[in-house]
Design a protein around this ligand. Structure first.
Ligand code: SF4
Length: 364
C-alpha cells in the first residue's frame, strides 16, 4: 500500500508525518501547478468546484509516481462538499483509474466503519501508536500555522526586502527531506526561531487586512495566486480568517476552550447570518464583523467560482461594509483567472486603504 492525499496548501506536511510515524509508505503529490489543474479539469464535470478538480489532479500525479491508495476526509454539510469523497471516487473509477480510495467520514451512527478504515490505512498499527501519530500530526498543523503567521507578520516589516520569502521558500523546500513527526517538528521549530529573528524596520506601520472565504482557496497558494505573498510585498500584514489548525480543532479535537471561543466568534456575525449554509460562509461573515470590530483596515473575501455558500456571503458583505464603514473586496478565482488583473485589483484596494488611513491620521 502506497498512500497519497490532497496537497492542499501545507496539509501535506502533517499528512506525511502521520504516515511516516505509522510506517506507511507515502507519495506526496507535487505542488499544485497548471498541469495539476489541467488534469483535474479534463476529467471533472465543468460545474465541479475548483478544489475538487485540483484534488483529482493531485491523485493522478501521485499515481504516476507510484501511489495506489488515496486517503481523503469525507464531509458533510449542505453544499457540494458533502459529496466530495464519493464524487471523487466515482470520477476516478469512471476514468479507469484503479486506485483504492479510503474516505475518512465523520463517525455518524456507526463509528466502527471509521475505525476500520483508520486501521486499514495505518498498516494495522496498534491503537496507541495510531493515537500518538494523530496527536503529533495535529501538533505539526498547529506549529506550521504558527510559522506561517510569523512570516505574514514579518513580510511587510522586514528590513531586508525578500528575506521572509527566502526563509519561507527554504522551509517549504526542505521540510519534505525530514522523516517522521519528531524530525519534522524540530525543523519547524528551527524555522520558527529563524523567522522570529528577521530584522524589522521599526518605523513601518503596515496596513492590516483580513482574508476570509472558502478554506481551500485560502490555504492553497496556487489557487489564490499567492495572495498572502502579494499583499505582504505591498506592505500589508495579512490575517487569516480560517486556517487548517482551526479546521482540525473544530472538527477533530475535543478542545472545549477552543470550541467555546469559536461559538463566541460565530455569534459576532449572527445579525447577518445565523446558520450554517455549508462551507465556511458563516465564518466568513463572523470574521468580517470581527475584523471591523478590531479596527483592521479592510477585508478581502476569496472564493472559487460557483461556490454556493461563499456567494451567499458575498451578497451579505456589502451590507456589513456599508453599515460599519469597513472596506471590503471580493475576488473570485477559477481556471481562467489572470494574474495581471488580479494584481491590479489588489493594488487598487491597497491604494484605497492607504488613502483612507492617511485621511484618518490627518483628521486626528
Ligand atoms: S465550499 Fe464552495 S468550493 Fe467548497 S465544496 Fe462547497 S460549494 Fe464547493
Amino acid at each position: 500500500m502506497i498512500i497519497t492525499f490532497p496537497h492542499m496548501g501545507r496539509v501535506y506536511i502533517p499528512a506525511k508525518a502521520l504516515f511516516d510515524d505509522l510506517g506507511v509508505q507515502v507519495v506526496v503529490p507535487p505542488p499544485v501547478s497548471k498541469e495539476t489543474l489541467e488534469i483535474g479539469t479534463r476529467i471533472s464535470p465543468e460545474s465541479a468546484c475548483l478544489p475538487l478538480k485540483i484534488n483529482l489532479g493531485n491523485y493522478i500525479q501521485s499515481m504516476e509516481r507510484g501511489a495506489d491508495t488515496i486517503v481523503l476526509t469525507g464531509s458533510c454539510g449542505p453544499c457540494r462538499f458533502g459529496y466530495y469523497g464519493v464524487v471523487e471516487q466515482e470520477i476516478l473509477q469512471d476514468q479507469g483509474y484503479n486506485m483504492d480510495v479510503v474516505i475518512l467520514d465523520s463517525p455518524g451512527k456507526d463509528p466502527r466503519i471509521l475505525l476500520e478504515r483508520i486501521r486499514k490505512i495505518s498498516g494495522n498499527s496498534s491503537w496507541p501508536k495510531i493515537v500518538r501519530a494523530f496527536i503529533h500530526a495535529s501538533k505539526i498543523v498547529e506549529k506550521t500555522d504558527e510559522l506561517i503567521d510569523v512570516y505574514l507578520r514579518k513580510r511587510p516589516r522586514e528590513e531586508n526586502k525578500g528575506e521572509t520569502n527566502l526563509q519561507q521558500n527554504r522551509f517549504e523546500k526542505e521540510v519534505l527531506k525530514y522523516h517522521g513527526s519528531k524530525d519534522i517538528l524540530s525543523f519547524i521549530e528551527e524555522c520558527l526561531e529563524e523567522a522570529e529573528e528577521i530584522p524589522e524596520d521599526p518605523y513601518t506601520e503596515p496596513l492590516r487586512i483580513g482574508l476570509v472565504g472558502e478554506i481551500y482557496t485560502l490555504i492553497e497558494p496556487y489557487v489564490n495566486l499567492d495572495v498572502e505573498n502579494k499583499l505582504g510585498s505591498l506592505g500589508v500584514e495579512v490575517h487569516r480568517g480560517i486556517t487548517v489548525d482551526d479546521w482540525i480543532k473544530t472538527h477533530l479535537s475535543m478542545d472545549r476552550g477552543y470550541k467555546k471561543k469559536r461559538r463566541a466568534m460565530l455569534s459576532k456575525g449572527a445579525d447577518y447570518l445565523d446558520l450554517c449554509i455549508g462551507g465556511h460562509a458563516q465564518e466568513t461573515i463572523a470574521s468580517t464583523v470581527h475584523y471591523s470590530d478590531v479596527d483592521m483596515d479592510g477585508v478581502i473575501q476569496i472564493l472559487p467560482f460557483g461556490c454556493m455558500p461563499e456567494i451567499v456571503a458575498e451578497c451579505i458583505i456589502p451590507t456589513i461594509s456599508r453599515e460599519r464603514h469597513f472596506p471590503a473586496m471580493t475576488l473570485t478565482v477559477d481556471e481562467m483567472t489572470g494574474e495581471a488583473g488580479y494584481m491590479t485589483r489588489l493594488e487598487a484596494f491597497v491604494d484605497l486603504l492607504e488613502q483612507k488611513k492617511g485621511k484618518k491620521y490627518e483628521q486626528s
